[in-house]
Design a protein around this ligand. Sequence first.
Ligand SMILES: Nc1ncnc2c1ncn2[C@@H]1O[C@H](COP(=O)(O)OP(=O)(O)O)[C@@H](O)[C@H]1O
Ligand SMILES: [Mg+2]
Length: 349
Amino acid sequence: MARQRVAVIFGGRSGEHEVSILSARSVMAALDPDRWEPVPFGISREGGWMTPVETRRAMAAGANCFAAQGKPLLAAGEALGELGSCAVAFPLVHGPFGEDGTLQGFLELAGLPYTGCGVAASAIGMDKALMKALFREAGIRVTRYAVVRAWELADGLEPATRYLEETLGYPCFMKPANGGSSVGVTRVASREDIAGAFAAAIAYDDKVVIEQAVKGQEVECSVLGNEHPEVSVAGEIAPDREFYDYDSKYSSESRTALHIPARITAQTSDSVRELALRMYQVMGCEGYARVDFFVTAEGDVVANEINTIPGFTNISMYPKLWEASGVSYKQLLTRIIALAFDRHTRKER
Ligand SMILES: Nc1ncnc2c1ncn2[C@@H]1O[C@H](COP(=O)(O)OP(=O)(O)O)[C@@H](O)[C@H]1O
Ligand SMILES: [Mg+2]
């Protein structure tokens, strides 16, 4: 079989730009060379699209960030021409303008098969308020939450604080609705933390989600598939601090531990895995996604979120959980690409 060109799209305008480049490096290095030819498309922090030649050059120079490079999408004729010569796209852009359905919509318009979730599931997965509402509607347990808009704070924090204290209490978590990598997330222990927490969240989105804190283990499952998804073993993240913040995710100093399988009973693991499949289907996910939970000391399972483009380096949780379930990183990539073609063919019918 002739090798097919896979457009790996990464970087982008979110706070997870660097992480995305790391994911792309891993994916490109591991794609089965007998079947796939990776064609890299870097997107700069400003949203400029780089050609594969420019991207390769930057990567070879060891770039961990693309700044002031590439052209705005509608002016990026050469990059778009190259994209059009690929058989399939593998978007690895995390966060807004990549994981939120915008890039997926563009690929739909272009008629190019692409890996991962479609437009609607990506958009819902990027909005923690919509995602929680959808899960709650399906009878899936989520923590109690409220949504506050930035402009509702225009006359001061007092009404929002009173509402928060009456409905949620402390401790609670405040986060931008459209976030990722814990960017802008604050644990609010008392009234003193509120102003700083709102400011941190509003810096990223004018929609803020406030949630009652759940005390428990953080457990995650990897899901893979279109109509008949499969779920990996459950894994656990044990942060070395109060919660799994940005530094505990990425700093080399972090002592956060990954436990695979998760340190939960077989029965709880069954519930978590079953619920992961259900949430994946409720949100209309396709291709692949990572589903995250809290498990309380009583063994209650609370849904946290679905990440439609989870970290994808070879040491990231998503591929590691598959490895522990018998699917190698390389095989996983091939299956994800095959799922992209399957969906495309189904939709064309
Ligand atoms: N309701 C909550 N209860 C306890 N911890 C939470 C809660 N919400 C968030 N956290 C902590 O903050 C981290 C990041 O929050 P999360 O909602 O997963 O956002 P992100 O999309 O940035 O990963 C979680 O992994 C967890 O450690
Ligand atoms: Mg998370």
